[in-house]
Write a protein that binds this ligand. Structure first.
Ligand code: ZN
Length: 404
């Protein structure tokens, strides 16, 4: 048994992939007690990358060596002790889920790959998700075989063999496959044990900190006394470095100055008053689970997720704000999409870290794209960018790129 490592901030970010009706949401709920599909309505209206996330503390009963997220051990009824805090990341839809996985790849440490036993394996979406796992090179993958209770033992075993054949030759050919009935809690302990086995990655805690905003909000009730207003809150994932309470920070590109006719963004400089992870307060935060920063900034800046996609760091230490970029484009092998080259003047949707940005192709030569961004971004070079094209009036993930 490894040493207990329960920290106030999660040590592992686990993404979920899997066909749309294969039970990702109930799996996430079984682990965290939270539904993460609360953004599905907003996704239907516009193509915005919205990362859902929830923390869970995996506990262990020392007597029985049994893992649980509950308060009692299923074997002996004893009280398990906290062992590891994890964050589950999820995104709704199929195209957005894949785009989010690529855009957010710098914060995803492991993946639960959900495959339902009541359908042939692989389904089209399942095939595409394996392709994404291969593209991202994520080796810490646990395959979760869901809905085994619907099909019965014989069919579940046959389906298990289909999964084995499907992943054969891929980077996850040796990934564990856990048959699970999340609603009944069956095998959840086995899955939690496998999650605990995933090594915590080495983190860069000493570089200049860089965080991307996943969510931003105003915690004041409407009509609050102006003298008692609390500053804006931003939630996000730290890519590198350490952020401390009382740090003076800069947020880029910042807020859009609505008074000006042109799109002008102004950086925000503020001070961190409090760092929290769930209900716990932290003195400092590092790469790992998502955290919330309570700041002194005008809460109107943070209203309704308005700062999502912004970069946060120490003053003057953020990547430059760019309004155009040059990108090496890699096309994904999707047999459901027509073979068409990206052309000049085409509009694209780019997913970069937690930002979704509209871009226009200024030039497309071989696999190098020059793109003008509709809104500026503060991003370091080398980050993976998800590229979505409008095909038959739908935004489809066609490839990914890297800023050169
Ligand atoms: Zn026990």
């Amino acid at each position: 048994m490894k040493e207990p490592s329960v920290t106030k901030q999660s040590v592992l970010n686990i993404g979920t992939l899997g066909h749309i009706d294969h039970g990702k949401t109930s799996l996430t709920r079984a682990i965290t007690g939270v539904w993460t599909d609360r953004h599905s309505e907003s996704i239907k209206r516009n193509m915005t990358i919205k990362l859902g996330y929830a923390d869970a503390i995996i506990k262990v009963c020392r007597k029985c060596n049994e893992y649980t997220v509950g308060d009692t051990c299923a074997q002996c009824g004893g009280k398990p002790e906290p062992f590891r805090r994890i964050s589950m990341l999820d995104a709704p839809g199929h195209e957005t889920l894949m785009a989010t996985a690529i855009a957010g790849s710098s914060v995803i440490d492991a993946i639960l790959f959900v495959i339902a036993a009541n359908e042939q394996c692989p389904m089209q979406q399942t095939k595409e998700h394996l392709m994404i796992i291969n593209v991202l090179g994520i080796k810490n993958v646990i395959i979760v075989q869901t809905k085994v209770d619907i099909v019965g033992k014989e069919a579940a075993i046959a389906h298990y063999k289909q999964i084995k054949a499907f992943v054969n030759g891929s980077i996850i050919e040796n990934a564990p496959i856990i048959p699970l009935m999340p609603n009944l809690g069956i095998n959840l302990d086995v899955l939690l044990g496998k999650i605990v086995d995933i090594p915590v990655p080495e983190r860069d805690t000493t570089s200049d900190p860089l965080m991307f905003v996943v969510r931003s909000f105003d915690v004041n009730k409407p009509g609050s006394d102006a003298t008692k207003l609390v500053g804006g809150v931003i939630g996000g994932a730290i890519i590198r470095g350490t952020i401390k309470s009382d740090d003076k920070i800069e947020i880029r590109p910042g807020f859009k100055n609505e008074k000006l006719k042109k799109d002008v963004y102004e950086p925000i400089i503020t001070v961190i008053r409090r760092i929290s992870s769930g209900t716990d307060q932290l003195d400092e935060a590092t790469p790992g689970g998502l955290i919330a920063l309570s700041t002194e900034m005008d809460p109107s800046f943070t209203k309704a997720d308005s700062l999502v996609g912004n970069a946060v760091g120490l003053v003057g230490k953020l990547p430059p704000v760019i309004s155009s970029l040059s990108m090496k484009y890699h096309k994904l092998a999707r047999d459901d999409l027509p073979e068409q080259r990206i052309v000049e003047n085409e509009s694209l949707i780019l997913g970069v870290a937690t930002a979704t940005a509209l871009g226009y192709v200024k030039s497309a030569k071989k696999d190098t794209l020059e793109i003008e961004l509709k809104r500026p971004l503060s991003i370091p070079s080398g980050m993976k960018i998800a590229v979505m094209r409008s095909i038959s009036h739908r935004w489809r993930l066609t490839g990914y790129g890297q800023i050169v």
